[in-house]
Design a protein around this ligand. Structure first.
Ligand code: C2E
Ligand code: MG
Ligand code: MG
Ligand code: MG
Length: 287
């Protein structure tokens, strides 16, 4: 089941971070207290226009600053929260924090751009999702076109009829919608055609071996062509090298995201990055 899959993934990532089974249980039972104690933070990773080198948006990525265990990555604790239901309050916190931060950036004249929030399965299927999004936009005063929701392709494909119903409501509200990890979720092309979405985010697994690997090139080129044919924007994530960037530029891909331009960074560091980008636009890897 999807739940078992989530827990397995969580255990795998935990092992990679040297977190044993007991600590994983502690993390799970500590989620609630952690939210109250303010231990969750959002980092922001720029989405960049590869032609102009301008930042067109950011993706909010959650971290848990655990007082004893250090920085915990979302692949470890999001599946736990998804399983025990705590994802709902946590997701609402993420949405609020991201919208609020983006509104502050606008008001301070730092940038007018989209902030993207990842939507988990349980959150997406919650009947109150649309109302919650509307409520948070209202509370923070952020206009809907500056909020982007990222739904993974595999989630979108679970029940295409239901997905379409939910996305229709969000789209009508004016929110920007992306299909995340595109290319890994067994899309039926007719469903993609019928989904009200603005962009496809190509999964980073297809980028890793660019530009040398012929198969990766073929896959990326066809996804970009598909998106362009359907009038959707295409975002490529996981761009780490100049050679990958050059290949993506040759395909006229609209947006890229990856360590080449910036890792996910704090709200304060993002302000510095934006300020620096006004004087000197560069894709040179930051040291
Ligand atoms: P995602 O939405 O596909 O996010 C992209 C992941 O790739 C992020 O990992 C990001 O840090 C990483 N990344 C970006 N550029 C590069 C690159 O050039 N190279 C490499 N190797 N990696 C890159 P992160 O932050 O660990 O997040 C992992 C996943 O956790 C996300 O995948 C998303 O599914 C989930 N997630 C993160 N934040 C949230 C959240 O607030 N809510 C929910 N529900 N899920 C979240
Ligand atoms: Mg994402
Ligand atoms: Mg992704
Ligand atoms: Mg992912």
């Amino acid at each position: 089941s999807a739940k078992e899959q989530g827990r397995n993934n969580s255990q795998l990532y935990a092992r990679a971070m040297n977190i044993d089974a007991t600590s994983l249980l502690e993390l799970e039972s500590g989620l609630h207290t952690a939210l109250e104690a303010g231990e969750f933070v959002l980092l922001y990773q720029p989405k960049v226009n590869p032609e102009k080198s301008t930042i067109v948006g950011v993706e909010a990525l959650i971290r848990w600053q655990h007082p004893a265990m250090g920085l915990i990555m979302p692949n470890v604790f999001v599946p736990l929260a998804e399983e025990n239901g705590f994802i709902l309050p946590l997701a609402e916190w993420v949405l609020y924090a991201a919208c609020k931060q983006n509104k502050i950036w606008q008001e301070q004249g730092i940038a007018t751009m989209r902030v993207a929030v990842n939507i988990s399965a349980r959150q997406f299927l919650q009947p109150t999702l649309v109302d919650t999004v509307a409520k948070i936009l209202n509370q923070t005063g952020l206009e809907p076109q500056y909020l982007e929701l990222e739904i993974t392709e595999s989630l979108a494909m679970q029940d295409v009829y239901l997905t379409r119903t939910i996305l229709d409501e969000l789209y009508d509200m004016g929110v920007y919608i992306s299909i995340d990890d595109f290319g890994t979720g067994h899309s039926s092309l007719s469903s993609i055609k019928n989904f009200p979405v603005h962009s496809l985010k190509v999964d980073q697994s297809f980028v890793r071996d660019l530009p040398e690997d012929r198969h990766s090139r073929a896959i990326i080129a066809s996804i970009v062509a598909l998106a362009q044919g359907l009038n959707l924007k295409v975002v490529v994530e996981g761009v780490e090298t100049e050679a990958q960037l050059n290949y993506l530029r040759s395909l006229h891909c609209e947006e890229i995201q990856g360590h080449l331009y910036s890792k996910p960074i704090s709200a304060q560091k993002l302000i510095d990055l934006i300020a620096a980008s006004h004087d000197h636009l560069s894709f040179a890897p930051k040291s």
